[in-house]
Design a protein around this ligand. Structure first.
Ligand code: DI6
Ligand code: FE
Length: 400
């Protein structure tokens, strides 16, 4: 198939958006076999399907690189409590927050976990998302952690989307282990990781390094085991306070450190050295009415790649729109529309260790989004508007 007469945001580095004003893309066997100026396109086979895009914008399909989209129940009541003045930390300490989703998730069957998340997944797919990272972390026992990961993986049998799973057993302290965090890591979290890994369910290991969750030493213990198993790591770090999570992530060569509102210039420096991507989550910042934005300028200065994701979860970020996350990244964090798009494509791929996606280049997967807009900056500009024309997943259009 040849996509002809397109404005292509290749997202390759060098010029803004890696833009080709009047370009063409040839797709063969699910991959990009040629990309360049339309006038230079070599002629293809006689029976080749040629699609005239009439100047529409083509970008890499979007990648949501940080979600907790699989869970039981909801937290609308907690939303009300927060509006009445309770803070996220207070609710968490009173046994609400993540712990309440754990109870609800344990009480939900694997089939129902899948069924409940599909409308949220559909909302992302409708915006041109082709890859979604999904974390466990609402089970916190071996059985439910594995059920969450299996439900996440099974999305691929029900929707044309690629799923990457992260084991987040170190997400919160279950009530029966309160005050015994080390024991939880040794007796539940690491055995759960080993079981999930033996079942082939884990692409990465994640943790929540925070006062209301786990200390750096406990996360280090988990990361060490992940390293022995050959699994890459990432970390929720410096979301509500600075505990040294970003430096710890860098020390373990993490693919990403996520949230980072309280990260410092020094953290950015360490992350740059390690090649750790900064994943920013403006949906959580907005929902929790945070006032301290992450140090975007330090990330730029030190050359840390920045990704943007929804953090879709029932508590701190009930957000099912990556386009809105991009808009928020610009308005709340002062990122540019180009940085926001790179954050949902090229850098999101890096945060997941995917070298075959997130850009439009020869040999990469043909996961593309075609948009009814004149310029790629429009993607982050409008609020509550979805200009998708079509999504192409591994060379196949959703509509044809
Ligand atoms: N940070 C977050 O923003 C989510 N998890 C985490 O470690 C919140 C999850 C939740 O509130 O249910
Ligand atoms: Fe998160």
């Amino acid at each position: 198939m040849l996509l002809n007469d397109a404005k292509i945001a290749t997202m390759s580095k060098g010029k803004p958006y890696g833009l080709i004003e009047k370009g063409a893309i040839r797709i063969r066997d699910g991959r990009i076999s040629w990309i360049g100026e339309a006038r230079n396109a070599p002629s293809g086979p006689r029976d080749e399907i040629v699609r005239e895009l009439e100047g529409r914008v083509v970008t890499p399909a979007l990648i949501d690189c940080h979600t907790h989209i699989v869970y039981g129940g909801d937290r609308a009541r907690e939303f009300e409590l927060r509006l009445e003045g309770a803070t996220y930390e207070e609710i968490s300490r009173a046994g609400g927050g993540i712990a309440s989703t754990v109870s609800a998730t344990r009480a939900t069957s694997e089939q129902a976990l899948l069924k409940n998340c599909l409308p949220r997944v559909d909302s992302l797919i409708a915006e041109g998302v082709a890859t979604i990272e999904i974390k466990s972390g609402y089970g916190m026992d071996i059985q439910t952690e594995c059920a969450m990961l299996r439900a996440a993986r099974s999305i691929e049998s029900h929707r044309t989307v690629r799923v990457r799973t992260s084991f987040l057993g170190a997400h919160a302290i279950p009530p029966d282990y309160s005050g015994r965090e080390d024991a939880y890591i040794e007796k539940i979290c690491i055995p759960a990781l080993e079981t999930a890994h033996a079942e082939g369910l884990v692409d990465a290991v994640d943790g929540f390094c925070e006062r209301i969750a786990f200390a750096p030493g406990q996360i280090a213990r988990l990361f060490k085991r992940a390293g022995e198993l050959g699994i890459p790591v990432k970390l929720h770090a410096e979301q509500l306070s600075n505990l040294g999570g970003a430096k710890l992530a860098a020390r373990f060569g993490a693919m990403s450190a996520d949230h980072l509102e309280y990260a410092t210039d020094e953290d950015a420096e360490e992350m740059a050295r390690a090649g750790t991507v900064a994943v920013l989550l403006p949906g959580a910042f907005y929902t929790l009415r945070e006032t301290r934005p992450p140090p975007v300028e330090a990330f730029r200065r030190h050359g840390v790649d920045i990704a943007i994701a929804t953090d879709c979860n029932p508590g701190s970020s009930p957000l099912c729109s990556l386009l809105l996350a991009m808009n928020m990244a610009c308005t709340l964090f002062r990122m540019t529309p180009e940085e926001a798009l790179a954050g949902a494509t090229r850098n999101a791929a890096r945060a997941l260790g995917l070298s075959d996606s997130g850009r439009i280049a020869k040999g990469l997967r043909a996961d593309l989004a075609i948009w009814d807009i004149d310029h790629p900056a429009e993607l982050a500009y409008r609020i509550g508007y979805n200009p998708i024309c079509e999504r192409i997943f591994e060379g196949r259009c959703d509509a044809c």
